[in-house]
Design a protein around this ligand. Structure first.
Ligand code: PGA
Length: 242
């Protein structure tokens, strides 16, 4: 069987810090070219170093988020925005409170909305209205998920509500008091939404991601491993440190 890596640009980084710094430099270039960029943001442990770097770069005057708009990939259903484990809280605590971004231009799905289908439609409409995402950052789940698009998600899905798999709930239980407290559903940008981003940065770090990363690079393009679709995207930069 032959495997093709398509147009992925892959950078092996010597440390987590180096990976974060290289990805941050890519963001700096993006904002130099277009200060009004629409950024797609991710949560989880992987992008924390990237956000730290970007905060430092902004404080050093190397970039500004003044005219930037952001859309987050996903949010748990059933958690208020103020809940400490909501992704709204995560973004505020790890990134937004430290940068010069306009709070009205930071979009995150509202997982506590009374009508989730309406919230999903609203979110997707906002994204289309601003012309879609210019640069999307992604982490890689051990099961190949991107956003909360679990194995088996059709590649054609736009933003939607998903039932989280047991593997994902267990992986995220470290942030909650017990597994029972981890929400069972989430709103997530779909694979089609992600694939519409003009550029994608995929960050992969940690020994527990080794098998997933190999499958991403060398396995088939298969909905059972959602990240594999990225190999068909024309502009993906991968920064990894395993
Ligand atoms: P992590 O999660 O960054 O916390 O490893 C990535 C993911 O599951 O998408």
């Amino acid at each position: 069987m032959t495997t093709v890596k398509y147009s992925l640009k892959i950078s092996e980084c010597e440390s987590y810090e180096a990976m974060s710094a290289q990805a941050a430099a890519y963001f700096v270039k993006q904002l130099e070219k277009n200060p009004r960029s629409v950024l797609g943001l991710a949560t989880g442990s992987t992008p924390l170093g990237l956000y730290k770097e970007l905060i430092e770069l902004q404080h050093a005057g190397q970039l500004s988020f003044r005219d930037v708009t952001t859309f987050n990939l996903d949010e748990y259903v059933g958690l208020d925005r103020e809940h400490p484990q909501s992704y709204t809280s995560y973004m505020y605590h790890h990134f937004f409170q430290f940068i010069d971004i306009h709070p009205g231009r930071c979009f995150i799905p509202n997982g506590a909305a009374p009508n989730i289908p309406e919230e999903i439609a609203r979110y997707e409409t906002f994204m289309q209205q601003v012309g879609g995402i210019d640069l999307q950052v992604l982490g890689l789940g051990t099961n190949g998920h991107i956003g909360f698009n679990e194995p088996g998600t059709p590649f054609t899905q736009q933003t939607h509500c998903v039932e989280l798999t047991e593997a994902t709930r267990q992986a995220n239980a470290r942030y909650f008091e017990s597994l029972d407290d981890v929400p069972k559903e989430a709103i997530t940008m779909g694979i089609a939404t992600i694939m519409q981003a003009k550029k994608i940065v995929l960050l992969v770090t940690g020994k527990n991601k080794k098998a997933a990363f190999e499958r991403f690079l060398y396995g088939g393009v298969d909905p059972e491993f959602p990240a594999s679709i990225l190999r068909l995207h024309p502009n993906v930069s991968v920064y990894y440190h395993l």
